[in-house]
Design a protein. Structure first.
Lengths: 314, 505
């Protein structure tokens, strides 16, 4: 019991929680945007891989870290466009298209990686984003290290929560995105383009997802390897429901998951002798399923989610 | 009134597959005029208006609209944006509102710059309030549309059009969802707006309101304009003849003495998620040889009443008996077995399984019957011959009994349901909006069958929002409002209308 308390009040635990949560924050914001416009994007898992790969290889080729971030976002937007074309004007099943994009984006990323580095067994490392370490702010007790010993990408993720909230809640564009996700006819009848809005939103959301992947190679691990995304995309899809399609709650959900994960690692070292390690690895997923069961009952789905809309069919 | 022409449709044609929806239709509209577009369902009224608004691209023909300067200019076809710019606003029968946005945001949607980082809601709001004051249309601007009543939603739709500076307003069946009083208010407001120079086209199949509120009438039949006249020259019989192509046979209703009680509800209360699907202490009786009409505006508990009587939902208190058998907590299957025949409100969704064949849909309530199964295996031949027989008897037309039921038109789906229900000789028939959306011929068939069932000894509960239908069919009338049901003695339209609106008459 004391041990658990000890974990919960340690700075390193909260630093780790926020670090683990960062790619999820990007991913869940991206998925949330897509779904707000009425399109589920199961391409997320593959778009994570593509973002991780594209950002990393751009930096390796000398693009600079922020150049890498842009390249990753571009790669995400590209795969988002594929998903958008298949699901919006063509109206194909969003599940099938999304899974297809995941497989396609993953394979293309692995293919590029192997083509670029045919012989290496250990991939080259890049110089990743460093902790911000802002004078004065970083020295604040507790808050300082937890918030400001993170990298710039974590800051960017937190800023994006505000940006997505502002766009959805305070701009005409946000009103239009929410409307197209609730009743596309309302948007069409007012002379706005349903297809344009949805395609644009999916591309923007996919770019955000790719940043989640880029964080893994450019901030967390400083290298690219197979299987590194490891289901983070799928977690984001669940977190969107947990968040009830709200950016603030999305941040909360991502942090909660990050905290579960960080907690299990520490708990493992404390009581690992008695309990098999797999139990701890499962813990965050089991807990997120429970959280989902509770939250999803009250979930307020965008009404047009999963429903294709065709011009001239009313 | 100046007879300045503001809109002309020139020989518009549109075909869907092999169905000709509109065939070379000409139509003119003048400034300040209220034009009623009248016709049966499927006559092509909505298609015509959807072409005007750019939702559909016509196969041939053109549209000219007067610009601000009064000069007629051709309208780019197939683009709602172009129609909006030309000052054409359309209020669809199925509202095009986003329920997760406030009324104000729905009105502003599409008129703000999407790239702008800030919104100027205060200024735009003042403009909307100005329009509300001038037109007499009011709506709670900050409420989510999902929480508004149907009448309020309709006003938001009209405000949307007026906000976009509509000079031509198209209303598709605007009164279908309103109380008689709400409808009268709507037409009063339209009167005010036309004095300001607005021109209105409204689609309707209700002769009464067309005669009362329009200045000119155009009649469509089978996609062709068959007549046009000033309302002052029109008479009801002549127009009805034009709509259907022949004199309408009126259902003749003989008065016969009711028999023993079939349905008894005592103190039935059912709490729903909102007031719209709640029943409060409902007691009523339906006798054999009797049609009981339940009049009311939609969303006053009709769906809860229908759900309770079909076994879909169970009352919190009170009892329901059918022919003396307690069915208060009966499941739907038990209701079927208690000889309750159900004609559901949403025939596409609740009345059939669209992906199954016509034949299967005809036996779907009787699958346990030895006639159609043996040890759990279906007797396909018996099902097919049964379907053939019913299709003939009830005139179900379509691509055949093996075709998917969803391929049938609305009227034929309803005939399929009638066949299924009446074949089982139900003791109680629950008919929820049985003629809504049907053309005159199919509607007449439904009425005839209901009367026939009544004469044959069944009790019928007829739930309808159309007062004329209830007055024409029901032996006894109850009014439902806010989940409460009251019996009324009068058959006076305006008095019943007041009660439907919740006023003590």
């Amino acid at each position: 019991m004391i041990d658990i308390l000890h974990i919960l009040i340690s700075e390193s635990f909260w630093i780790a929680s926020l670090r683990i949560a960062t790619p999820l924050i990007f991913g869940v914001l991206g998925a949330l945007l897509c779904e707000k416009s009425g399109v589920l994007n199961l391409g997320i898992e593959g778009i994570f891989v593509a973002g991780a790969m594209a950002g990393w290889i751009a930096v390796w080729l000398g693009a600079g870290l922020w150049g890498g971030v842009l390249v990753a976002a571009g790669a995400g937007a590209f795969f988002g466009l594929i998903h958008a074309i298949l699901t919006v004007p063509l109206g194909l099943s969003q599940h099938v298209s999304g899974l297809g994009v995941t497989m396609f984006a993953t394979s293309v990323s692995y293919f590029i990686y192997r083509t670029a580095l045919p012989d290496t067994t250990s991939p080259p490392r890049i110089e990743p984003f460093q902790a911000l370490d802002i004078p004065i702010l970083s020295d604040l007790p507790f808050i300082g290290p937890v918030l400001f010993q993170q990298t710039a990408m974590t800051m960017l993720a937190l800023i994006m929560v505000g940006v997505v909230w502002y766009v959805l809640d305070r701009t005409a564009l946000g009103v239009a995105i929410k409307a197209v996700g609730d009743n596309p006819d309302s948007v069409d009848a007012q002379g706005l383009s349903v297809y344009g809005l949805r395609i644009g939103t999916i591309m923007a959301g996919s770019a955000l997802m790719a940043l989640g992947g880029a964080f893994l190679t450019m901030s967390a691990f400083s290298s690219f390897f197979f299987g590194m995304v490891n289901g983070r995309g799928w977690i984001c899809i669940a977190l969107v429901i947990f968040a009830s399609w709200r950016p603030g709650k999305a941040l909360l959900g991502a942090l909660l998951f990050g905290a579960f994960d960080a907690f299990q690692v520490r708990l493992q070292t404390e009581v690992g002798a008695f309990v098999p390690g797999q139990v701890f690895l499962m813990a965050p997923y089991i807990l997120s399923i429970f959280a989902l069961v509770i939250a999803a009952r009250r979930a307020d789905y965008p009404r047009a989610l999963l429903t294709p809309w065709f011009k001239g069919q009313r | 009134m100046t007879q300045q022409k503001i809109l002309s449709l020139n020989r518009l044609s549109k075909q869907f597959g092999t169905v000709v929806a509109n065939d070379a239709v000409d139509l003119d509209l003048h400034k300040g005029e209220v034009l009623a577009l009248l016709g049966e369902n499927g006559a092509g009224k909505t298609t015509l208006m959807n072409m005007l608004f750019g939702h559909y691209l016509p196969d041939s023909g053109s549209i000219d609209v007067a610009g601000e300067d009064g000069v007629m200019q051709p309208l780019a076809l197939g683009h709602p944006q172009a129609a909006l710019r030309a000052g054409i606003g359309m209020v669809h029968q199925h509202f095009t509102l986003a329920e997760n946005l406030s009324a104000l945001d729905n009105i502003l949607l599409g008129s703000e710059k999407l790239k702008s980082l800030r919104r100027d809601r205060a200024r735009l709001r003042a403009r909307v309030e100005g329009i509300m004051a001038r037109s007499g249309l009011t709506a709670p601007l900050d409420e989510l549309v999902g929480k508004l009543s149907v009448g309020e939603r309709q006003r938001v739709e009209i405000l949307k059009a007026l906000f976009r500076d509509a000079r031509i307003l198209v209303l598709d069946e605007p009164t279908a969802v309103l109380t008689p009083q709400e409808a009268d208010t709507l037409f009063e407001n339209i009167g005010m707006m036309t004095k300001d120079g607005l021109s209105v086209i409204f689609i309707s199949h209700k002769l009464r309101e067309v005669l009362a509120f329009s200045s000119r009438i155009a009649v469509l039949r089978h996609g062709v304009k068959v007549g046009e006249m000033a309302t002052s020259d029109a008479d009801q019989k002549a127009i009805a003849r034009m709509m259907v192509g022949a004199d309408t046979p009126e259902a003749s209703r003989e008065i016969i003495a009711p028999g023993a009680p079939v349905l008894k509800m005592k103190g039935v209360s059912l709490k729903g998620q909102s007031d719209r699907d709640t029943l409060t202490d409902v007691s009523l009786t339906v006798h054999a040889n009797e049609i009981v009409g339940i009049a009311g505006v939609s969303g006053n508990g009709q769906s809860a009443l229908a759900a309770a009587l079909s076994g879909m939902r169970h009352p919190d208190s009170g009892t329901i008996t059918v022919e003396g058998v307690d069915v208060t907590r009966a499941e739907p299957l038990a209701m079927i077995r208690a000889h309750v025949g159900r004609i559901p409100e949403d025939r596409h969704h609740d009345g059939m399984v669209g992906a199954m064949s016509v034949a299967e849909n005809m036996v779907i309530e009787r699958l346990w019957d030895d006639e159609f199964q043996s040890r759990g295996f279906l007797k396909n031949e018996a099902i097919a011959s049964h379907a053939e027989r019913l299709s003939k008897a009830y005139d179900v037309r379509g691509p055949g009994i093996e075709a998917k039921a969803q391929l049938l038109s609305g009227g034929n789906i309803q005939k399929l349901i009638l066949a299924r229900v009446f074949e089982q000789n139900p003791r109680l028939i629950l008919a929820n909006q049985p003629v809504r959306g049907l053309d005159m011929g199919a509607a007449e068939e439904v009425r005839r069958r209901l009367l026939e069932a009544r004469d044959g000894g069944a009790g019928v509960m007829l739930i309808s929002e159309d007062l004329d239908e209830i007055l024409g069919l029901a032996d006894r009338i109850l009014v439902i409002h806010s989940g409460e049901v009251h019996e009324i003695m009068t058959r006076d339209r305006s008095q019943i209308g007041l009660m439907m609106a919740g006023e003590p008459a």
